[in-house]
Design a protein around this ligand. Sequence first.
Ligand code: 2DE
Ligand code: MG
Ligand code: MG
Ligand code: MG
Length: 324
Amino acid sequence: MDKIEIIKRPIERELSEFKMLFDATLTSTAPMLGDVLGYIRNRNGKMMRPMLVMLMAKLYGVVNPATLHSALSLELLHTASLVHDDVVDKSDKRRGQASVNALYDNRVSVLVGDYMLATSLRHAAYTKEIELVDLVARLGQNLSEGEIVQLANTNNTDFSEEIYFDVIRKKTAALFTASAESGALSVKASAEDVDNAALFGEMIGIAFQIKDDIFDYFENEELGKPTGNDMLEGKLTLPALYVLNEKADKEKRELALRIRSLKASHEEIASFVSYVKQEGGIEHADKVMHDYRNKALALLPEQMDDSLRMALTAYVDYVVERKK
Ligand code: 2DE
Ligand code: MG
Ligand code: MG
Ligand code: MG
């Protein structure tokens, strides 16, 4: 059976209710806003974060309205952040289609992202749980902080992995941490279980971004982004950092700094991509990603329902095995 099917099995009913509500929140009668929201709605995301919210709620209790509103709030914040991310990254593609900024312009992206952020906060409020509201607000801070640290890194001359992990923890893993944590919080799990859920989410989230960064080294039709896109944006991710620290000579390190400060040509970037692959950068990143996968699995409680165990295991494996 397909991994996604195994993941969805214990939460089928809850997810279809979620999907209905989510589509309803991405609707407006206001001119233009309605069109843009409809366009975003039709992109059909993978719903990774809502699935995690539901699974963690199920693990520690019974899915309830607070669980659903948390899932909505987080998926809305996630969607808003991608609309803004494509402005920040000057990216004209999202999931193989035109990004909102490419189809409309930056002004529209900023405003529609703001609208979704506000809608996200309303759903957090509907949980009537101040802790869940705070969690979403804190997540918004983390996402923005991660993006800023990444931006500020363009002039950095060292290749330490510390900043890389700090950035991906904030810009990506934070969403998975928040999803798992709010799922557990929404069913009033014990403090210990909530912390465990949060850590489980974080390990998955870090693996998720390492996978995303590995994708950037390969041609991928489904992903709809060109190879080396991160380097074109000045981003050196784990495969490159490893090679720079372990193998590269002075000349390669200087090239990497020029890539980071957006001074390298497309040809130089293509050659650096090949060099990183040839020196084992992908194998290293893949190994680190699997370490996080294993850490996540080790955090799962020993006692739980079979279909839930299968779903959570499939979830973790999907993150590292997915093709897009
Ligand atoms: C994706 O990284 C990270 C997205 C976080 C975006 C957060 C923003 C600030 P990538 P891909 C813009 C917060 C926004 C709010 C609160 C609305 O590697 O490869 O650029 O998918 O991802 O483009
Ligand atoms: Mg981006
Ligand atoms: Mg980005
Ligand atoms: Mg990426």
